[in-house]
Design a protein around this ligand. Structure first.
Ligand SMILES: [Zn+2]
Ligand SMILES: [Zn+2]
Length: 303
């Protein structure tokens, strides 16, 4: 079962270097280290600044996994405008492009996983799947027409797409600087909850495209490289159960057992108790067990 919604048919080719992305992705780690050192030298270790950075790490990362990924890319559950708005605003602050662009790429990834058209094809190597693919520009003319219709018809998604850059800068850098100022250091807020946090969220979510296709087991399908790993789930807000996710992408859960570390699933479920999310899609247990059973007998036969 590998269904996605309205995957675009025309696939952009990549050849030209995207200098804006390349400079941003290579300089943010340097700024994070330099500004953090200046801040720590001047202020020492302050728990409130560390806590602010952790809060921003979770809000922006979960806005990508619960918002960009499970809500907008896969429609694995429904959410009211407030939840979607928060996900779009804080998702922008993760600096991973607009939800329209992100989700379009992601649907192509599911449809063409491990093949030439996969935007972050792991067969092109760890570096390419992790970050290298973002260094290149799409060169298909008028790529706007290739976006899926359901996303083009989504007013909030389109509003975020049109205003992406200023939302990202305002919420990703200005807001933590202002909050940091009220906590005693504007520099602390910018360095830790702003820039260092962007770098951490980048690489934790980029792991889903790289290591989650390398590290772990394949209990549901060996027809693609996606793997299940508890360790990777710890770093990726619960997205480490990636073999399950590629086989059953419409399920709002990635870690299906109660003990599976999946904070994204817990957030979506908690919001449903509050009436803020609904129609949480779950694959019937029978189908899950059947998939596992098929994989086990396939392995047994190969022995
Ligand atoms: Zn994948
Ligand atoms: Zn997905």
């Amino acid at each position: 079962m590998n269904t996605t919604h309205n995957s675009p048919k025309i696939i952009p080719t990549k050849s030209e270097v995207d200098w804006v992305n390349t400079i941003f992705l290579t300089t943010t780690p340097i700024f994070a280290v330099v500004l953090s050192i200046i801040y720590f030298r001047g202020h020492g270790f302050e728990w409130k600044q560390i806590l602010l950075a952790i809060i921003f790490y979770y809000i922006t990362g979960l806005s990508i996994t619960a918002g960009y990924h499970r809500l907008i890319s896969h429609r694995a559950y429904k959410a009211g405008s407030l939840v979607k708005f928060i996900c779009l605003v804080f998702g922008a602050a993760a600096f991973q492009n607009s939800a329209l662009k992100w989700s379009t790429d992601h649907r192509i990834h599911h449809r063409h996983v491990d093949h030439e058209r996969d935007p972050y094809n792991i067969n092109k190597g760890f570096f390419y799947a992790h970050i290298g693919w973002i260094f290149f520009k799409e060169t298909t003319p008028n790529s706007e027409v290739n976006y899926p219709k359901d996303l083009l018809n989504d007013k909030l998604v389109m509003w975020q797409h049109r205003n992406y850059l200023w939302i990202a800068i305002a919420v990703g850098f200005v807001l933590p600087t202002v909050v940091g100022y009220f906590l005693g250091s504007a520099l602390g807020g910018l360095a830790l909850a702003g820039i260092a946090r962007v770098v951490f969220v980048h690489h934790c979510t980029f792991f889903i495209n790289s290591l989650c296709h390398i590290v772990g087991t394949r209990p549901y399908s060996d027809t693609n490289t996606a793997r299940d790993s508890f360790i990777m789930a710890l770093f990726s807000y619960g997205e480490g159960y990636h073999n399950y996710h590629h086989y059953f992408p419409s399920d709002y859960r990635n870690g299906i057992r109660w003990y599976h570390f999946d904070p994204t699933k817990w957030l979506i479920k908690t919001l449903s108790f509050m009436g803020l999310t609904n129609d949480l899609k779950k694959v019937p247990e029978k189908l899950i067990l059947e998939a596992r059973h098929q994989m086990k007998s396939k392995k047994f036969q190969s022995i």
